[in-house]
Design a binder for this molecule. Structure first.
Ligand code: NAG
Ligand code: NAG
Ligand code: NAG
Ligand code: NAG
Length: 384
């Protein structure tokens, strides 16, 4: 009897321990879920409930003199005449950092070659690299910064395409870089029909993009803002994240819709409206694409999805994809090969005609709708 009782106690004890263990596991997991699934669900429902975000403009509006502190940096390198007397279809800003000269050179000799674009596509595109001032670590001597800047000046005298403002070039100053682009366009290239902003590790299929923008322009489209759209994204409250945003900076559950900063395009009228929004908004929020969403929201512009604009990740390498792609993200060394392959005349041959189209429909379904093989374009891109 006594033995039995002890056994029962032991059983209960074990049960209790197991329950505790399960509970703590659930709690740990819950915290993870809280940070991803849960906040996305909360944020997404919030986005649909509030739907206007008009209070954001209200609460982030600051006096003009204070807003000016986000834009009144001196220009260290500049080319204010780049657009003068030119019918510019697209003003394309590449966000770059002082040390990324290899990336800039790769872009200059592939998709960003203005001479090539003018000759073979018959339009004027201006490609400018935007950057801030060189950051030096504490232990580095001042001359290393001076030497770095001298190199930039040399590079710029060779290519004439760097626009540099005197704020520290850092991740947390990306919004200043965004403001620089819209202000520069307003002052020096207001007539350019489109503005694009892109990372320096992106691949742009320039022939596809140009013919698409020519079509959009000929239809006189306004309020045009296109890219990979993030809808109802929640602010990240985890302090360890690169994208951490405090409640003081942004207090709501969801951001207004915005396009991935990897690459997006706006029409002239949108660029102008966004410029005006930056004159009165508090630009402390350092995630540049989110800030763009806030500016656009303030002036009543919302983004549209284009399935062949990339978010993260690369596009699959295939002529059927090359035939449709606009941008693909995460290219550095392979940019030369990709440019050659994607613009090869064989691409058009293989993908045109009835057989080409049928073949490509099958290939794209296999490449984009395979759940085990994540690529940057959504499955629905296979059917468009
Ligand atoms: C944003 O808010 C400010 C002040 O609340 C207001 O004056 C301004 O017109 C608003 N902007 C837009 C585009 O609604
Ligand atoms: C750009 O293209 C032109 C004409 O196709 C070519 O002559 C020039 O070398 C190219 N520039 C670079 C940097 O590759
Ligand atoms: C942004 O640039 C300003 C001006 O150079 C500098 O004072 C500030 O420290 C920079 N911020 C970050 C986070 O790098
Ligand atoms: C802008 O917002 C930051 C918080 O993100 C705040 O500390 C700062 O005081 C604001 N600036 C103005 C001028 O209100």
């Amino acid at each position: 009897m006594f033995l039995n009782f002890r056994r029962m106690r032991k059983c209960k004890w074990l049960q209790l321990m197991t329950t505790c263990l399960v509970l703590s596991v659930v709690m740990v997991c819950w915290e993870q879920m809280e940070n991803s699934v849960f906040s996305h669900v909360k944020s997404y429902s919030y986005r649909y409930l509030v739907n206007g975000f008009t209070y954001i403009n209200k609460s982030l509006t600051i006096p003009r003199e204070q807003a000016r502190t986000f834009s009144n940096f001196d220009y260290l390198l500049d080319h204010p005449d780049k657009c003068v007397n030119k019918d510019v279809l697209l003003l394309l800003f590449v966000k770059t950092s002082p040390e990324n000269i290899e990336r800039r050179n790769a872009i200059r000799s592939t998709w960003g070659n203005e001479t090539y674009i003018q000759k073979s596509l018959g339009v004027t595109v201006r490609v400018m690299f935007v950057l801030g001032a060189i950051q030096t670590k504490k232990e580095e001597p001042l001359w290393s910064k001076r030497r770095g800047q001298k190199k930039l000046v040399q590079e710029d005298s060779l290519h004439g395409d760097l626009v540099q403002q005197d704020f520290l070039d850092s991740f947390h100053n990306l919004t200043l870089k965004l403001i620089l682009q819209f202000h520069w366009k307003h002052h020096h290239c207001a007539h350019a029909r489109f503005l694009m902003t892109a990372d320096d590790d992106i691949f742009v299929h320039m022939p596809n993009l140009v013919s698409y923008l020519q079509d959009v322009s000929s239809r006189g489209v306004t309020d045009f803002w296109i890219g990979r759209v993030h809808r109802g994204a929640p602010p990240i409250r985890n302090k360890d994240s690169k994208y951490y945003v405090s409640y003081e900076m942004y207090q709501w559950l969801s951001y207004p819709d915005y396009t991935a900063g990897a690459g997006y395009v706006v029409s002239r009228d949108v660029a102008d409206k966004v410029y005006h929004a930056t004159l009165t908004l508090n630009a402390s929020l350092y995630i540049d694409d989110v800030f763009m969403g806030i500016c656009a929201n303030a002036v009543g512009v919302s983004p549209q999805e284009h399935v062949y604009f990339s978010g993260e990740n690369k596009a699959p390498y295939h002529p059927c994809i090359f035939d449709r792609m606009m941008t693909s993200h995460g290219h550095v060394e392979d940019i030369y090969d990709l440019w050659k392959a994607a613009t090869h005349p064989r691409v058009k041959q293989r993908t045109s005609g009835l057989t080409g189209r049928l073949y490509c429909a099958a290939v794209k379904m296999a490449l984009l709708c395979n759940p085990y093989h994540f690529t940057t374009y959504p499955c629905k891109a296979a059917f468009l």
